[in-house]
Ligand binder design. Structure first.
Ligand code: PEP
Ligand code: MN
Length: 336
């Protein structure tokens, strides 16, 4: 829309679109207002596009040919910066989300939270609902775990990132989480995506372990189409033929996503490599490649951890890694 557009002119466009069975998604940026046309736009003729172009307040009307629209750079040129309780993701500062794989008990979580905070982490993470390969493995503490996380937030001031697996837990989740994580195994759980699309909380969308970048962006589109534009993409490694590492970290996904989308990109080297000794070099590479954030598993006693101990850093190792990341961040014009 033109910079001088009025609300009445915007309403007219919305009415016109709705009359055609389409939905309008109005995005008011600092520079301009963009109206995204949601629905099956393939049946709209060029004549109709031209007609919209001549409507009052309209600067231009473009067809976004990519299947993801709201997530696309064509739709929004500037990077999306998401504010979470005063912490910005997608801006100059690279944000670090750190904590154990699962919340195990209060004492351990409080210790980890204080240690990672002292090292410069800005979010505390931990799973209360764990997507375990075996039904006999520790499944998480559920709401009890979320309460412990909330206590860690109170203690440190760090916002919470935690995973939601089942829409039935949404009501509970919403009371505690600051960012809702969707795990790799649920990236294409479309009902769950639609649900978090209506939740009004930022979403950390992990890449499906066998998902292409296009499928991943379509999953983001599911969330955004529900009105929730606060989506953070998290590369966490993909399945390849290589078995030395748990997964293969797709570093090129970072610059590729930076071209295709305006959404912030976080990298999780912990789940990508599955070995604590490889976390630091891959975190360094991720920062060099342009990541907006890192997700790092940290545990005070990895040998005894209920899950993912083999890939968890001890607080001291985490501290050393954070120090090494500083010059790399500054070399690429960022801060950490
Ligand atoms: C996690 O973050 O602990 C986790 C289960 O991650 P992913 O979904 O990437 O395996
Ligand atoms: Mn884990």
């Amino acid at each position: 829309m033109k910079q001088s557009v009025t609300q009445k002119e915007i309403d007219n466009i919305i009415k016109k679109l709705e009359g055609k069975g389409l939905k309008a998604n109005v995005s008011k940026g600092t520079e301009r207002t963009i109206i995204g046309v949601i629905g099956d736009t393939s049946k709209i003729s060029e004549d109709e596009v031209n007609a919209v172009r001549t409507m009052r307040g309209v600067e231009d009307c473009l067809r976004i040919v990519k299947p993801y629209k709201l997530a696309s750079r064509d739709f929004k040129k500037e990077n999306t910066v998401i504010d979470v309780n005063g912490v910005s993701i997608g801006g100059k500062k690279i944000q670090v989300i750190a904590g154990p794989c699962a919340i195990e008990n209060r004492t351990i979580l409080m210790t980890i939270a204080e240690r990672v905070k002292a090292c410069g982490a800005s979010f505390i993470r931990g799973g209360a609902y764990k997507p375990r390969t075996s039904p006999y493995s520790f499944q998480g503490l559920g709401e009890e775990g979320l309460k412990i996380l909330a206590e860690a937030r109170q203690l440190t001031g760090m916002p919470i990132v935690t995973e939601l697996m089942d829409p039935r837990d949404m009501e509970t989740m919403i009371k505690y989480a600051d960012i809702i994580q969707i795990g790799t195994r649920n990236m294409q759980n479309f009902r769950l995506l639609l649900e978090v699309g209506m939740a009004g909380k930022p979403v950390l969308l992990k890449r499906g372990m066998s998902a292409t970048i296009k499928e991943w962006l379509m999953a983001a589109e599911y969330i955004m189409s529900g009105g929730n534009h606060n989506v953070i993409l998290c590369e966490r490694g993909i399945r390849t033929f290589e078995t030395t590492t748990r997964n293969t970290l797709d570093l090129s996904a970072i610059p590729v996503l930076k071209q295709l989308t305006h959404l912030p990109v976080v990298v999780d080297p912990s789940h990508a490599v599955g070995r604590w000794d490889l976390v630091e070099p891959m975190a360094m590479a991720a920062v060099a490649a342009g990541a907006d954030g890192l997700l790092i598993e940290v545990h005070t006693n990895p040998e005894e951890a209920f899950s993912d101990g083999e890939q968890s850093l001890k607080p001291d190792t985490f501290m050393a890694m954070m120090e090494k990341l500083k010059p790399i961040a500054s070399a690429v014009g960022r801060e950490i």
